[in-house]
Design a protein around this ligand. Structure first.
Ligand code: MG
Length: 290
């Protein structure tokens, strides 16, 4: 109780109520993993030394059969921001070939989106475009530009979206001097979490999203047992900081969003046709462990 001595009694009771409740899970971390063990034994110099093991691997283990080295990845060229590293799957490199090889509409037919000046442009009524390949947890780099000629306002201005697993939307919107509801502006997890800041560039200028996404996990009954998480940088600025997605991002009317619904471990990644000619380029992905 000493820790609460600086608090007023009502606050202390409130904290106790939270900490003793099994229904409140936020702020609780599983400290049982990784498994850390120690032992004291003679070191090379004959003196007793402490040995610590993390999941059975000794700290500072040099034997690479026990502690494997990370694979070598060649980053993109110096000075070229956002260039794909050597182990990325490049989904769109500006070519018609990439469009034909990697993307379809949601029915699996060739997409009506078009390649314009090396960019993949959304075409009104063409529907979403999705990858042929399926992905789960991943690192995604994508660049986008809202139309240089401003038309419409609010949600009608440069609206598209980056849909992880074809389901969870990181909103794409021209949010440069364009006020709309915060959880629907660029960098928002649509309807669930507004971005930390508005880092939007001017209409027509190229912008980037770098997204680290961990997929949700469902049990056999379809109940979500681990929610999805998003870390998002917009033009290099952190806008989602390991955000736990509280549910789905689907439209459920003006003031509601969808809930989690069980789905496969891997699904196509898609981009939204919201009727505005938003362009994309330099799209690459690296698969991550769950
Ligand atoms: Mg959208």
């Amino acid at each position: 109780m000493k820790a609460f001595s600086l608090l007023n009694p009502a606050t202390a009771v409130f904290i106790l109520a939270i900490s003793s409740s099994t229904s409140v899970s936020f702020g609780h971390e599983d400290f049982s993993k990784p498994v850390i063990t120690t032992e004291t034994k003679k070191g090379d110099d004959g003196k007793d030394a402490l040995y610590m093991y993390i999941d059975g691997v000794k700290v500072h283990e040099l034997d690479t059969t026990k502690q494997t080295l990370p694979p070598v990845v060649t980053p993109g060229p110096v000075g070229v921001v956002g260039a794909a590293p050597s182990d990325a799957i490049v989904l769109f490199d500006g070519s018609e070939k990439a469009l034909a090889e990697n993307w379809t509409d949601t029915k699996g037919s060739p997409s009506q989106w078009k390649v314009v000046d090396g960019a993949l442009e959304s075409v009104k009524k063409a529907g979403y475009i999705q990858t042929k390949e399926k992905f789960g947890s991943c690192q995604l780099h994508i660049e986008w530009a809202s139309p240089a000629s401003v038309q419409g306002d609010g949600q009608g201005r440069g609206n598209s979206g980056v849909f992880l697993m074809g389901t969870y939307e990181v909103q794409v919107l021209d949010s440069y001097n364009n006020v709309t509801y915060a959880d629907g502006q660029a960098g928002a997890l649509y309807g669930r979490q507004k971005p930390l800041v508005n880092a939007c560039r001017k209409p027509g200028e190229w912008q980037s999203y770098d997204i680290v996404f961990h997929r949700p996990i469902f049990d056999e009954s379809g109940k979500v047992t681990r929610r999805a998480t998003f870390t998002v940088l917009h033009n290099g600025v952190l806008v989602q900081d390991h955000t736990v997605l509280s549910g789905g991002t689907g439209w459920m009317g003006p003031n509601a969003a969808s809930e989690y619904k069980a789905h496969p471990d891997k699904m196509p990644f898609s981009l939204q046709d919201h009727g505005n000619p938003v362009r994309y380029r330099n799209v690459w992905i690296r698969e991550l462990k769950d």
